[in-house]
Design a protein around this ligand. Structure first.
Ligand SMILES: N[C@@H](CCC(=O)N[C@@H](CS)C(=O)NCC(=O)O)C(=O)O
Length: 308
């Protein structure tokens, strides 16, 4: 089986979600470090323009967005499941809330002046400025809450999670962890990067114990790989089998772009080769990486047919 390669950086919450899942499942993986801000030439060679972190590579297949990556990880290593039977629907609904509402409450609040110096420890003023400019350009429509508004939202969300755990259950939806635990843990993990912000978690003792349990899964066994090596793997790699369910106006071979609809609106262009309710796959060729199949989820991505 070709190796699972995670392209990520240490301080990325969505990467932590995936690292913890790999830990829970006891999987082996290869680790490629990517830059936290643009430019990212080796990322672009593989994704064709998708700049968000993390993304996953298996041979010449590239998987964008953790919602899709976690599904692929589950099919590669079904045990222990992160979508356990009976609670899978609720688990995904709660995970989606944690990946959006909770994330956008916890991360900007942690990046306030009292937190950012801890999160980006050792960064020079120029580096801090470059980081701020990169994120502002990536998400120009983000309206940052005031600190009191941000604190109120974050406390409300953390109290909801504490309430879920009030009956003594070890994980958010019961006796076993599921995708929702990992999606929620990434935000709590990020708050811990800044001790003055993490203090706020003191008001939520059950949540803290829950987080210790999730954090104890670790990150699985990984070995490092350079981005140049990953590009060589892609150039020599095979593609996973594809399926195509035609939809109105979309046929195999169509030239399309796929673009995130929430933020980082960078279009990836290619030939449509896979389609279903859960994912869209496009083929594109890079001079170093060869022909790649780039996979995206359907939720929060727009497929647009090129007309010329
Ligand atoms: N919906 C995406 C969100 C990913 C995301 O926002 N990642 C952040 C880092 S945790 C990011 O891409 N930041 C900008 C960058 O790394 O270039 C997913 O689930 O993968």
């Amino acid at each position: 089986m070709p190796e699972l390669i995670l392209h990520h950086y240490a301080g990325s919450p969505f990467s932590e979600k995936v690292r913890l899942i790999l830990g829970y499942k006891g999987m082996g993986w290869r680790s490629v470090m990517v830059p936290a801000i643009l430019p990212k030439p080796d990322v672009m060679a593989l994704t064709g323009g998708y700049r968000r972190t993390p993304f996953m590579q298996i041979g010449a297949d590239i998987y964008c967005d953790t919602a899709l990556m976690c599904r692929v990880i589950e099919s590669r290593q079904p045990e222990p499941p992160i979508y356990p039977e009976g609670i899978a629907g609720l688990a995904e609904i709660l995970a989606q809330w944690a990946d959006t509402n909770l994330f956008w409450a916890a991360v900007p609040y942690t990046m306030q002046p009292a937190g950012i110096t801890h999160v980006l420890k050792g960064a020079t003023p120029d580096m801090l400025k470059a980081f701020g400019a990169d994120r502002a350009a990536m998400n120009p429509n983000l309206r940052r809450p005031t600190l009191p508004d941000g604190a109120a939202a974050l406390h409300t969300y953390l109290a909801r999670l504490e309430h879920l755990l009030a009956d003594g259950r070890p994980f958010l939806l019961g006796a076993l962890p599921c995708i929702a635990d990992f999606s929620a843990a990434q935000s709590v993990w990020f708050m811990h990067l800044a001790p003055p912000i993490a203090e706020l978690l003191g008001a939520y003792p059950k949540l803290q114990h829950w987080y210790q349990r999730v954090n104890a899964f670790g990150q699985g066994q990984f070995t490092k790989m350079t981005s140049t090596e990953a590009i060589e793997v892609a150039a020599l790699g095979k593609h996973a089998p594809l399926s195509f369910t035609p939809e109105a106006g979309l046929a195999p071979g169509d030239e399309v772009t796929v673009t995130p609809t929430d933020y980082a609106h960078d279009a990836v262009a290619g030939r449509l080769v896979g389609l279903g309710q859960q994912e869209v796959v496009i083929a594109r060729t890079d001079e170093r990486a060869g022909t790649l199949h780039v996979h995206f989820p359907r939720i929060a991505f727009q497929i647009k047919k090129q007309t010329n």
